[in-house]
Design a protein. Sequence first.
Length: 199
Amino acid sequence: MDDDALPETLAGIAEDVAFGPLQVRSGRLLNQISTAQLMAAENLCSKAARSLSAGDQARAQRLIDRAARMPYDPREQGSPGVMGATLLVYTTISDQFEASEPDDPAWLDVVLAVHPHLDRIGQAEVASVVHGFVLQDALFTVTPGEARRIRRHFAHAPLNTDLDDGPDTTEDQRRAIIGSLATAAAALTDAYTEAPGGR
């Protein structure tokens, strides 16, 4: 190392040591903010889906608008509203999957019945969630019959759907994505409730 550069390097190390605890606290604060934003967005999307199920389109749109106004989070590389709506679709399906008995494919029957009636964004996200149960077989246990049906219908679906949610995505674009996903969650929830033995 150049001797002239040594003091500058040591000064940099000293600065890192001095600000280390502050950087850790700052990182924790950013994590808390991101988590709080995601929780708030999921809550808005969940309420929007319930409003759609109740036929209150105006209230649902107000909630979707609020979620869409949440700006892109560069730390999480996504918009809280879109991430919250994505999480809502995931939990709507995974909760039914986890609660089902091994010999009861009703959770999948509902998905396959609802999927064709969703728009392009809703279809893509639902397919990704369900195919993910097969792709992540270390985390999820699907029966061989369920796996065959999932592959037959959703083998094309990637693990993560590209929803075009980026730093340049407009509020209107986020609103459309969130609306599609909230509609998908509402349709799935309604179908699960109406299914025999529905919850």
